[in-house]
Design a protein around this ligand. Sequence first.
Ligand code: LLP
Length: 418
Amino acid sequence: MNSFTLKNTTLHAENVALNHIAHAFGTPCYVYSKAALTQAFERFSAGFAQTNHLVCFAVKSNPSLAILNLFAKLGAGFDIVSGGELARVLAAGGDPKKIVFSGVGKTEPEMQAALNAGIFCFNVESASELNRLNRVAAALGKVAPVSLRVNPNVDAKTHPYISTGLKNNKFGVAYEDALNIYLQAAAMPNIAIHGVDCHIGSQITELAPFLDAFDRVLWLVDALEQHDIPIQHIDLGGGIGICYSDETPPEFKAYALAMLEKLGTREVTLVFEPGRALVGNAGVLLTKVEYIKHTEAKNFAIVDAAMNDLMRPALYDAYHDIKAVQARDNQASALSYEIVGPVCESGDFLGHDRTLALEEGDLLAIMSAGAYGMSMASNYNSRPRAAEVMVDGEQCYVIRKREKIADLFALEQILPNL
Ligand code: LLP
């Protein structure tokens, strides 16, 4: 379902016109569709209905409390990578028993907080981390549930910055070392081996890398059984891509069928950590054209959103479709525009070479901005972060107020004698 559609020449989020949201709450503004979020989660889960499974939403893709709360109510678990994300999930009403904790750099306080909360599993990424976790758990008189994140050395065929399953990445333990480290873990009194974990990258648009990684994980699961180390769950990470322009990522149904077929008759719980696939196309970034500027070489539309609001184009050269909120009658005046923000860097662009009929004051929607949009936003150029709004049918609600300029330096102090 596409929850962002044109109705009578105006782009809507569900049944609310985006220009209404811009007038009511200002721009730049992230807008999410509750129906799109709900449907993505339900569709993803439906594929695994006949088997024990846990869908752990990757919090880093969009850590909004309202979105976490919505997913928690739908039965989701959560994939976290920091103490901050743990606190967010708990504040949003998430069930600690459905939390998996990933990440290569877990600190002792983070381990303590997660052990005290009683999370589902630690996805451990090195032998040193395993030793530390054993020690931290012992000091608390607890036993830590653990999966090793193995690096299956498969090529996810995605952008190098978001590919994580290759030998030269910092993530996980080398596939060849995994069995040995599991044997060490089995001898640790405050570690309980529960699962095997892998995550090979993000925005993956083919099935093959997932299947290759799963094959390697299953080989390890079977080898562990032979060593009397039974595995209760397999965590296959996240990474399913979405359509930003013309990509054709695997459908949830096809992904689920392929995974279930590979699993065969093994009785384990399947855990997934999707982020982008659940929220990416459920959000847009609404922005206003401040200035139109024609130069000898280019036409620029300078908008009030920038790289600090949506970093993906500047960081990965990522493509986001850009649509006019109100289609203009005079399409003949359409020109090719560079859609750029006000930040003082040439890398501050949201789209290159977009053919649009524009005037100053027009509203644009940067599409597919629900994942890694607000979550990667910064205050660069002392720009307050955008407001966030959730649409539900005819209703819309602010789920995060626009930051105030005073918020930006509230934690700072001047040293009078410096
Ligand atoms: N699990 C782990 C351990 C991860 O590191 C990630 C993402 C996920 C799950 C969720 O992956 P997803 O289903 O969203 O692909 N900022 C980049 C994406 C970075 C992804 C990092 N890890 C972007 O904007 O494209």
